[in-house]
Design a protein around this ligand. Structure first.
Ligand code: UD1
Length: 419
């Protein structure tokens, strides 16, 4: 087991590159199941969720090669085992993304009900109902989803809630279904659009990306393709908040600023000077203490739930009182009691945290809980006076590539220690 030991109190300065997006890479890796030829994927992040996905695909009979240019050539065209086993699925909820592709290509799948971050009950009913409507027979027993079909048939899917992975699952299934599928109330997250672009390169017929209606005309087969995964807007946003919370000045390169409008808007409201270029964002806090900002999470293009915890950390030391309301997940405040142990004045009222900014936080021994909550603890530790230790670092390794290296390149002092 590893822990992070952080000596806090230094403003972050310098330049880093964002990695490829985890949430774009995961569905794209699973889309390789649909293709009759290999997919060559570049800008893939080195994360434990990616290794888990590769292990899962290998377990099903796929093969992959790491190319000299650090892209991954993945061949999932001849799966022999149409099962996503509990031992792998339990650590990564996104494994449910193998369901749509397996059903579409092989007409059957057996998938363990997912685990992943403990940020709420997170059911998969929307995925199952939609695939049933397309002609799948689905049974849930002994913790597994058993799905089969003679053929999937295009139809109208009207989602009651906006769900990122349910949209992606149906989108992938529909590419090989008979006829036209229309997804209404589809998620518009940039990662869904990235999947659309990759599927289109594979020969899929899709329109409506970046809107709430996706129209997919099924085709007989999909080919291989080369695809460059989009940058990780959540990783980039986390580093920008790290600079804001420490009064520093950083540039994050290799990003798509347009995909980050809601977050950048809140950083400007917090008092940051922001300069955006086509592929980078520079944030300069000029040594100022951030101003408190009210946040309400909501599906894209609104403020992302995956940045909520980081902004609670910012508000904890900001000037003024603010509220942070979580509308997507019911149990996504596990960072709150940990931040209070560092001296933050945060009160949970239903799905809202009332944050009374304090001048500074003090280092403490903390426990990482879920991925983004853990990121907020790192931000707090970097801003705090004294030493902070964070245990259960594996939560962070699911979603942040080389986290301590990147922070240290910006002048932080973070060490990974075995214990
Ligand atoms: C994805 C992201 C995650 C992000 C979340 C919301 C990936 C791999 N993960 O997760 O980082 O926090 O979007 O932006 O891309 N729901 C149901 N039934 C379902 C599916 C979802 O009730 O069948 C509910 C969920 O409990 C939640 C809401 O819908 O309240 C949105 O969840 P969803 O968009 O599905 O999250 P994920 O796709 O799991």
């Amino acid at each position: 087991m590893y822990k992070l030991v952080i000596q806090g109190g230094t403003p972050l300065n310098g330049e880093i590159k964002a990695s490829g997006s985890k949430n774009a890479a995961l569905p794209i890796f699973f889309s390789s199941i649909l293709a009759d030829e290999p997919l060559k994927l570049s800008n893939t992040p080195q994360l434990s969720d990616i290794s888990t996905t590769l292990r899962l695909l290998m377990d099903m009979g796929a093969h992959f090669i790491l190319e000299a240019d650090s892209s991954i050539l993945i061949d999932s065209s001849n799966l022999t085992n149409l099962v996503a086993d509990y031992s792998l699925v339990k650590t990564m909820r996104a494994s449910i993304l193998s369901l749509g592709p397996m059903l579409a290509k092989y007409k059957e799948a057996k998938i363990s009900l997912p685990g992943g971050c403990a940020i709420g009950t997170r059911p998969v009913d929307l995925h199952l109902k939609a695939l049933e409507k397309m002609g799948a027979k689905i049974e849930v027993k002994n913790g597994y989803i058993y799905a089969s079909t003679k053929k999937l048939v295009g139809c109208q899917i009207n989602f009651d809630l906006v769900s990122v992975t349910a949209t992606e699952n149906v989108l992938m299934a529909a590419t090989l279904a008979d006829g036209v599928t229309t997804i209404n109330n589809a998620a518009q997250e940039p990662e869904v659009t990235d999947l659309v672009y990759c599927l289109r390169k594979m020969g899929a017929k899709i329109s409506g990306e970046n809107t709430s209606t996706l129209i997919i005309e099924g085709v007989d087969r999909l080919n291989g393709a080369e695809y460059n995964i989009c940058p990780d807007r959540i990783e980039a946003g986390t580093y920008l908040v790290a600079a804001a919370i420490t009064g520093g000045c950083i540039t994050v390169k290799n990003i798509q600023p347009d995909a980050m409008r809601a977050v950048i808007g809140k950083l400007i409201e917090a008092g940051a000077d922001i300069q955006t270029n086509e592929n980078s964002v520079k944030l300069d806090m000029k040594g100022r203490r951030p101003k408190a900002v009210n946040i309400r999470t909501s599906p894209h293009p609104n403020f992302p739930t995956d940045m909520q915890a980081q902004f609670v950390a910012l508000n904890a030391i900001a000037q003024g009182i603010s509220t942070v309301t979580e509308t997507i997940f019911e149990n996504r405040f596990m960072h709150v009691p940990e931040l209070c142990r560092m001296g933050a004045d945060l009160k949970l009222e239903g799905n809202t945290v009332v944050c009374k900014g304090v001048k500074s936080l003090s280092g403490a021994n903390l426990m990482a809980t879920d991925l983004r909550a853990s990121a907020s603890l790192v931000l707090a530790g970097v801003a705090a006076q004294g030493t902070t230790t964070i245990e259960r670092v594996y939560h962070l390794d699911r979603g942040y590539e080389s986290i301590e290296e990147k922070f240290n390149m910006l002048g932080a002092n973070i060490e990974r220690v075995q214990h």
